[in-house]
Design a protein around this ligand. Structure first.
Ligand code: G6P
Length: 607
């Protein structure tokens, strides 16, 4: 996730406006910053690695002339967070400048084609193919605008682009597929941005750009056309009435709720990982004698689910382990034949880095799954993969958890393929379901949120909850419990359901709420037995269940429904969503701020 901004003025300097806008966009990434303006028929560019303030201190981002410009703040995906990879990127002649938010899936093919045609590349980014491709089309005789349109027609993946051309200094061209972009219009200027809050200090008149559309902005005019055929689109400006703070949350009252709703898009991005990262990690996993899945908090729950994935798909046993326990439990056992797959959203959790230090000392191979390129975890790992969820602001992890699960499922599938543990038919079926998971998650959010609110009303004063599941959904139950206790401060207990008869069931009395994660799979029969045990002792049963499971619906007091037909190893992704929403609305019902849980931090950098 990156932030892009551009503006074209009738008078004055664009650079200070872009600089201020990039400050507001910094929550979208701060690996590097760059600004390009056009002055005197030439591009002027300043860019470097680091956050906006640091780069401004070094380069003075306001000190660029020109009434038109574009800027970028980067969250690295392709290419390390170095100056050379900072946007804007340009063509060979340095006349076309491009900023981009998104991931171009077919950039290697396009780059290979452009290299053959003599284009020279300065960076390792996917973005750089865009200015070169435009240049190429213009060399073939296309006008600038048509060259842009032909170029974006060939891009696969996600993009929000803003483009300027030194020979046409009156306009910014922008284009959209999947990544967000809005145009703002005031009496004296026009701007384009990744989000509405950044536009609000300039104007509250917004023109939405939809997928498949291209916008052309001058200081006085705004035009939208279809990318496919160039036909004009008529759309009215809308007036935004939010204040800036509400706008940062895109109209949601809390970042947590915004991030829960962002999950379908993040899952889509997690499906766009570059194959070579997955392949590299798979190679390391394949050759290791034993695999430890190392993490803390929510990331540990993802590791627990991953252990079931590797077992189910690859017939491989792994050791999920809470990082702070690693040295005591496995410190002596780990050796040169061990592999550690460390899972950490931030890549900076001290418990994990400490455990990794020990494992490196014992010559183990370190692999990483993180959301933060450039983090310590990426530096100490032999190979790592970035989940590409974009910054998560809510302290409680939500979107990063489901994306971790999806990346881990892809790794398990890839290892299963390499080891010949699954049939081609099963792989094909599984791939279809992987691609459906975005839509399924969207359906769950859209259909279950109101139900969750109603169930919260019934149980808002409960003193304690059980969260129970079996198999891989033990991890889902643990994550549901973690969300509820960290956000709504309700003491809660989570166990594999089969374990309740060995102790926890003694707490059950009339009205005690027990939440069961109950997909239609092989564990369901046993889970129904556990539901009956609890019911017989007066528990109130809430289930997250398959929408077609009438039998369980008849047994329970309340339920949340998940679309049918999800393979077991992907089930935690949609099944955890109602539990995230449950924790969020319980927090509200109990007057707790879900974005600022007491005593917790987003990234814990102390042991
Ligand atoms: C903290 C956060 C949790 C997070 C855990 C691990 O406790 O509050 O939300 O799951 O750290 O963080 P990591 O960045 O390593 O995934």
């Amino acid at each position: 996730m990156c932030g892009i901004f551009g503006c074209v003025l009738r008078e004055g300097k664009a650079a200070p406006i872009i600089h201020q806008a990039l400050k507001r966009l910094e929550y979208r990434g701060y690996d590097s910053v760059g600004v390009a303006t056009i002055y005197d028929g030439r591009l002027q560019i300043k860019k470097d690695s680091g956050c906006v303030d640091d780069v401004h201190k070094k380069l003075d981002l306001n000190d660029l002339n020109g009434m038109i410009g574009i800027g970028h703040t980067r969250w690295a995906t392709h290419g390390a967070p170095l100056m050379i990879n900072a946007h804007p990127h340009t063509d060979c002649e340095g006349k076309i400048a491009v900023v981009h938010n998104g991931i171009l899936e077919n950039y290697s093919d396009l780059k290979a084609e452009l290299l053959v045609r003599g284009h020279l590349f300065a960076s390792r980014t996917d973005t750089e193919v865009v200015p070169h491709l435009i240049e190429d089309y213009m060399k073939q005789g296309f006008a600038f605008l048509d060259g842009v349109r032909e170029t974006v027609k060939r891009l696969e993946g996600s993009y929000a682009l803003a483009i300027i051309y030194a020979n046409e200094p009156d306009k910014i061209v922008c284009a959209r597929s999947q990544s967000p972009i809005v145009i703002g219009a005031s009496d004296i200027d026009s701007c384009v941005s990744s989000d509405i809050p950044t536009v609000l200090p300039l104007t509250n008149k917004i023109l939405d750009v939809q997928n498949g559309e291209l916008g052309i902005l001058t200081a006085n005019t705004l035009n939208l056309v279809r990318i496919s055929d160039g036909t004009p689109i008529q759309r009215d400006l809308r007036t935004i009435t939010w204040d800036v703070e509400l706008a940062q949350k895109q109209g949601y009252p809390h970042f947590m709720l915004k991030e829960i709703h962002e999950q379908p898009r993040c899952l889509e991005d997690a499906m766009r990982l570059q194959r070579r990262y997955i392949d590299l990690i798979t190679t390391f996993l394949d050759r290791s004698r034993e695999i430890y899945l190392l993490a803390c908090g929510t990331s540990y729950n993802a590791c627990l689910a991953a252990a079931y994935m590797f077992s189910n798909l690859c017939n491989l046993s792994t050791h999920p382990i809470i990082a702070s326990e690693f040295i005591e439990q496995y410190g002596n056992a780990v050796n040169i034949e061990s592999t550690i797959l460390a899972v950490s959203q931030s890549g900076e959790t001290a418990d994990i880095l400490h455990a990794i230090d020990h494992a490196r000392f014992k010559a183990a191979t370190i692999l990483g799954l993180t959301n933060t390129i450039g983090s310590t975890l990426t530096r100490v790992s032999r190979a790592y993969v970035c989940q590409q969820s974009g910054p998560e602001i809510g302290v409680a992890a939500t979107k990063t958890f489901t994306s971790q699960l999806l990346v881990l499922a892809q790794l398990a599938l890839s290892l299963a393929e390499v080891r010949g543990k699954v049939s081609q038919e099963r792989i094909d079926e599984f791939e279809v379901k992987l691609n459906e998971i975005t839509h399924i998650s969207e359906t769950v959010i859209n259909t279950q949120e109101e139900k969750v609110k109603a169930v919260v009303e019934k149980y808002r004063t409960a003193k304690c909850f059980y969260f129970l599941g079996r198999g891989i959904n033990t991890a889902t139950a643990l994550e549901g419990r973690l969300k509820l206790l960290e956000l709504a401060y309700v003491p809660s207990i989570a166990y594999p359901a089969g374990e309740s008869k060995h102790g926890p069931i003694s707490l059950i009395q009339e009205g005690f709420p027990a939440i069961f994660v109950c997909p239609k799979n092989e564990t369901r029969k046993a889970l129904i037995g556990n539901i009956m045990e609890m019911k017989a002792r007066g528990a109130k049963i809430i289930a997250v269940l398959d929408e077609e499971d009438q039998e369980v619906k008849n047994l329970v007091d309340d339920y949340f429904e998940i679309p049918t037909g999800i393979p077991e190893i992907l089930s935690p992704i949609p099944y955890v969503i109602p539990l995230q929403l449950f924790a969020y609305y319980m927090a509200l019902a109990r007057n707790c701020d879900p974005d600022k849980p007491k005593n917790l931090a987003k990234s814990v950098t102390v042991l």
